[in-house]
Design a protein around this ligand. Structure first.
Ligand code: SF4
Length: 197
Protein backbone atom coordinates (compact mmCIF):
# COMPACT_ATOMS: atom_id res chain seq x y z
CA UNK A 1 0.00 0.00 0.00
CA UNK A 2 1.18 3.53 -0.77
CA UNK A 3 1.14 5.42 2.52
CA UNK A 4 0.57 9.14 2.41
CA UNK A 5 0.75 10.97 5.70
CA UNK A 6 -2.67 12.07 6.93
CA UNK A 7 -4.80 9.51 5.13
CA UNK A 8 -4.07 6.50 7.37
CA UNK A 9 -7.36 6.80 9.28
CA UNK A 10 -9.30 6.94 6.02
CA UNK A 11 -7.47 3.88 4.71
CA UNK A 12 -8.23 2.04 7.94
CA UNK A 13 -11.90 2.99 7.71
CA UNK A 14 -12.03 1.89 4.08
CA UNK A 15 -10.70 -1.57 4.97
CA UNK A 16 -13.31 -1.78 7.74
CA UNK A 17 -15.98 -1.26 5.06
CA UNK A 18 -14.96 -4.62 3.58
CA UNK A 19 -13.07 -3.61 0.44
CA UNK A 20 -10.62 -6.05 -1.15
CA UNK A 21 -7.88 -3.42 -1.36
CA UNK A 22 -7.31 0.32 -1.07
CA UNK A 23 -4.45 2.64 -1.98
CA UNK A 24 -3.78 6.32 -1.71
CA UNK A 25 -2.28 8.01 -4.75
CA UNK A 26 -1.46 11.56 -5.65
CA UNK A 27 -4.54 13.20 -7.23
CA UNK A 28 -2.40 14.47 -10.11
CA UNK A 29 -1.60 10.84 -11.01
CA UNK A 30 -5.23 10.01 -11.85
CA UNK A 31 -5.22 9.16 -15.58
CA UNK A 32 -7.97 11.15 -17.33
CA UNK A 33 -8.62 10.72 -21.06
CA UNK A 34 -11.39 12.56 -22.88
CA UNK A 35 -11.86 9.84 -25.50
CA UNK A 36 -12.85 7.37 -22.75
CA UNK A 37 -15.71 9.61 -21.58
CA UNK A 38 -16.97 9.63 -25.17
CA UNK A 39 -17.44 5.85 -25.01
CA UNK A 40 -20.52 6.53 -22.82
CA UNK A 41 -22.13 8.05 -25.91
CA UNK A 42 -20.77 5.74 -28.59
CA UNK A 43 -21.33 2.83 -28.18
CA UNK A 44 -24.19 4.17 -26.10
CA UNK A 45 -24.36 3.07 -22.47
CA UNK A 46 -27.94 2.74 -21.25
CA UNK A 47 -27.06 5.24 -18.50
CA UNK A 48 -26.11 7.92 -21.05
CA UNK A 49 -28.27 11.04 -20.61
CA UNK A 50 -30.26 9.44 -17.81
CA UNK A 51 -28.86 11.24 -14.77
CA UNK A 52 -27.02 14.36 -13.67
CA UNK A 53 -24.07 12.13 -12.74
CA UNK A 54 -23.52 10.73 -16.25
CA UNK A 55 -22.62 12.33 -19.62
CA UNK A 56 -23.61 14.54 -21.29
CA UNK A 57 -24.45 16.14 -17.93
CA UNK A 58 -22.01 16.81 -15.10
CA UNK A 59 -18.35 17.70 -15.60
CA UNK A 60 -16.61 17.07 -18.91
CA UNK A 61 -13.24 15.33 -18.65
CA UNK A 62 -11.37 18.62 -19.29
CA UNK A 63 -13.28 20.30 -16.46
CA UNK A 64 -12.64 17.31 -14.24
CA UNK A 65 -8.89 17.54 -14.95
CA UNK A 66 -9.00 21.15 -13.66
CA UNK A 67 -11.29 20.23 -10.76
CA UNK A 68 -8.88 17.53 -9.54
CA UNK A 69 -6.11 20.13 -9.14
CA UNK A 70 -7.70 21.34 -5.89
CA UNK A 71 -7.08 17.90 -4.32
CA UNK A 72 -3.88 16.35 -3.04
CA UNK A 73 -4.80 12.68 -2.87
CA UNK A 74 -7.23 10.08 -4.09
CA UNK A 75 -8.19 7.08 -1.99
CA UNK A 76 -8.92 4.33 -4.52
CA UNK A 77 -10.64 1.11 -3.44
CA UNK A 78 -11.78 -2.06 -5.15
CA UNK A 79 -13.94 -5.08 -4.62
CA UNK A 80 -12.77 -8.31 -6.24
CA UNK A 81 -15.80 -9.88 -7.89
CA UNK A 82 -16.27 -13.22 -9.69
CA UNK A 83 -16.70 -12.72 -13.43
CA UNK A 84 -19.95 -14.68 -13.31
CA UNK A 85 -21.37 -12.02 -10.98
CA UNK A 86 -20.13 -9.17 -13.16
CA UNK A 87 -21.88 -10.75 -16.14
CA UNK A 88 -25.18 -11.18 -14.28
CA UNK A 89 -27.88 -8.91 -12.85
CA UNK A 90 -26.02 -9.12 -9.53
CA UNK A 91 -23.54 -6.67 -11.01
CA UNK A 92 -25.96 -3.94 -9.93
CA UNK A 93 -25.62 -4.93 -6.29
CA UNK A 94 -21.84 -4.62 -6.52
CA UNK A 95 -22.14 -1.29 -8.29
CA UNK A 96 -24.50 -0.07 -5.59
CA UNK A 97 -22.00 -1.22 -2.96
CA UNK A 98 -19.30 0.87 -4.69
CA UNK A 99 -21.53 3.96 -4.48
CA UNK A 100 -22.36 3.25 -0.84
CA UNK A 101 -18.70 2.70 0.02
CA UNK A 102 -17.55 5.88 -1.75
CA UNK A 103 -20.29 7.78 0.10
CA UNK A 104 -19.28 6.35 3.47
CA UNK A 105 -15.60 7.18 2.92
CA UNK A 106 -16.50 10.67 1.71
CA UNK A 107 -18.55 11.26 4.88
CA UNK A 108 -15.79 9.88 7.10
CA UNK A 109 -13.16 12.06 5.40
CA UNK A 110 -15.32 15.18 5.77
CA UNK A 111 -15.73 14.45 9.47
CA UNK A 112 -11.96 13.90 9.65
CA UNK A 113 -11.36 17.45 8.46
CA UNK A 114 -11.24 17.00 4.67
CA UNK A 115 -14.20 19.27 3.96
CA UNK A 116 -13.92 18.97 0.17
CA UNK A 117 -13.79 15.15 0.06
CA UNK A 118 -15.58 13.94 -3.05
CA UNK A 119 -16.61 10.37 -3.81
CA UNK A 120 -16.76 8.89 -7.30
CA UNK A 121 -18.16 5.50 -8.23
CA UNK A 122 -18.95 3.06 -11.01
CA UNK A 123 -22.17 2.81 -12.95
CA UNK A 124 -25.21 4.97 -13.55
CA UNK A 125 -26.98 6.15 -10.39
CA UNK A 126 -30.25 6.28 -12.38
CA UNK A 127 -30.11 2.53 -12.87
CA UNK A 128 -29.03 1.86 -9.29
CA UNK A 129 -31.19 4.20 -7.26
CA UNK A 130 -33.90 5.74 -9.44
CA UNK A 131 -34.91 2.82 -11.62
CA UNK A 132 -38.52 3.10 -10.50
CA UNK A 133 -38.73 6.77 -11.47
CA UNK A 134 -39.20 7.92 -15.01
CA UNK A 135 -36.58 10.66 -14.79
CA UNK A 136 -33.62 11.81 -12.73
CA UNK A 137 -34.78 14.28 -10.08
CA UNK A 138 -31.94 16.71 -10.87
CA UNK A 139 -32.73 16.79 -14.57
CA UNK A 140 -36.40 17.48 -14.01
CA UNK A 141 -37.64 20.83 -12.87
CA UNK A 142 -37.50 20.20 -9.13
CA UNK A 143 -33.71 19.91 -9.43
CA UNK A 144 -33.04 17.78 -6.36
CA UNK A 145 -31.24 14.45 -6.23
CA UNK A 146 -33.39 11.86 -4.48
CA UNK A 147 -30.34 10.11 -3.05
CA UNK A 148 -27.72 12.82 -2.44
CA UNK A 149 -25.98 10.75 0.22
CA UNK A 150 -25.51 7.75 -2.07
CA UNK A 151 -25.38 8.72 -5.74
CA UNK A 152 -21.89 9.55 -6.98
CA UNK A 153 -20.61 10.69 -10.38
CA UNK A 154 -19.56 7.95 -12.77
CA UNK A 155 -15.76 7.61 -13.03
CA UNK A 156 -16.10 6.41 -16.64
CA UNK A 157 -18.15 9.47 -17.52
CA UNK A 158 -15.34 11.69 -16.26
CA UNK A 159 -12.82 9.93 -18.50
CA UNK A 160 -10.86 8.12 -15.79
CA UNK A 161 -8.76 5.38 -17.37
CA UNK A 162 -9.41 2.63 -14.93
CA UNK A 163 -7.11 0.11 -16.61
CA UNK A 164 -4.20 2.51 -16.34
CA UNK A 165 -5.15 3.39 -12.77
CA UNK A 166 -5.20 -0.32 -11.86
CA UNK A 167 -1.79 -0.75 -13.46
CA UNK A 168 -0.43 2.15 -11.35
CA UNK A 169 -1.86 0.53 -8.22
CA UNK A 170 -0.53 -2.93 -9.05
CA UNK A 171 -3.99 -4.46 -9.47
CA UNK A 172 -4.47 -7.27 -11.97
CA UNK A 173 -7.36 -6.41 -14.24
CA UNK A 174 -8.79 -7.99 -17.38
CA UNK A 175 -11.37 -6.53 -19.67
CA UNK A 176 -14.66 -8.38 -19.11
CA UNK A 177 -17.26 -8.33 -21.86
CA UNK A 178 -20.43 -10.34 -22.50
CA UNK A 179 -18.25 -12.72 -24.51
CA UNK A 180 -15.79 -13.34 -21.63
CA UNK A 181 -15.56 -16.90 -20.39
CA UNK A 182 -15.44 -17.08 -16.56
CA UNK A 183 -13.25 -20.20 -16.91
CA UNK A 184 -10.60 -18.09 -18.66
CA UNK A 185 -11.06 -14.94 -16.57
CA UNK A 186 -12.50 -16.07 -13.22
CA UNK A 187 -12.26 -12.76 -11.36
CA UNK A 188 -12.79 -9.11 -12.10
CA UNK A 189 -13.16 -6.03 -9.97
CA UNK A 190 -15.24 -2.93 -9.42
CA UNK A 191 -13.77 0.19 -7.92
CA UNK A 192 -14.43 3.66 -6.66
CA UNK A 193 -12.45 6.56 -5.28
CA UNK A 194 -12.64 9.53 -2.97
CA UNK A 195 -10.74 12.72 -3.72
CA UNK A 196 -9.14 14.14 -0.60
CA UNK A 197 -8.12 17.78 -0.41
S1 SF4 B 1 -32.04 11.86 -8.73
FE1 SF4 B 1 -31.54 9.68 -9.07
S2 SF4 B 1 -30.76 9.60 -11.17
FE2 SF4 B 1 -30.71 11.76 -10.55
S3 SF4 B 1 -28.63 12.12 -9.74
FE3 SF4 B 1 -29.95 11.54 -7.98
S4 SF4 B 1 -29.76 9.31 -7.80
FE4 SF4 B 1 -28.98 9.88 -9.83
Amino acid sequence: MVKIHGTEKIIQKTFELGVSDVHTISAEAIPIEAHLAKLCEEPKCDGYGQSANCPPYGMKSGQFREYVKQYKHAVVFKFDVPTEVLLSEERREVSRLVHETASAIEKFAINDGYAKAKGLAAGSCKRLFCGEYEKCGVLTRDGDCRFPDLAKPSMSGLGINFFELSRLLGWQISKITKESNPDDVPMGLMAGMVLIG
